[in-house]
Design a protein around this ligand. Structure first.
Ligand SMILES: [Cu+2]
Length: 160
């Protein structure tokens, strides 16, 4: 297709304007910034994986994530690992709250996302994208990178 032809322009111009409009809409979304989103690599037989990240709320309103989904997994849940009498257990969380001007860190031994029934094998270096649904009705996408868990755990210790 010759993109300088009037016919091509008639097709491309609306797409171009739509892209600008979509960009503006995205800016109006809640000011959540997803950082260091990663999935812990698991053996191929694993039916459950975990994802971690830091979520920053740069806005002046509290935000609640009510659900997450990914094409790479059957379902996604928010969990929190809590220790009671020396026993660690996971609690299902209905939502994740990110306070205005604050952040929430999902990390091993704390809040995390549980990823059930992967539809493909994810190896270190692979990417997977998530769509988060907010209580406000907005949704936000974030891309996760698959990493080897042991390396990331030791990496995290350097920041303490
Ligand atoms: Cu869990």
């Amino acid at each position: 297709m010759n993109i300088s032809s009037p016919k091509a322009l008639a097709i491309l111009l609306p797409i171009f304007l739509l892209a600008i409009f979509a960009g503006k809409t995205a800016q109006a979304e809640p000011a959540l910034v997803f950082e260091n989103v990663w999935i812990a690599e698991a053996p191929p037989v694993s039916k459950v994986l975990a994802a971690y990240m830091n979520i920053k709320n740069t806005g002046d309103e509290d935000q609640k994530l009510v659900s997450a989904r990914s094409d790479d997994f059957g379902s996604v849940e928010f969990h929190r690992t809590v220790e009671k009498n020396g026993m660690a257990s996971m609690q299902h969380q209905q939502f994740l709250s990110i306070p205005a001007g604050g952040s929430l860190t999902l990390k091993p031994g704390s809040y995390h996302m549980m990823l059930f029934n992967p539809v493909r094998q994810l190896r270190a270096g692979d990417e997977s994208s998530f769509q988060f649904q907010l209580e406000s009705g907005n949704s936000i996408n974030a891309t996760a990178v698959v990493k080897k868990a042991s390396a990331e755990d030791s990496h995290q210790h350097h920041h303490h």
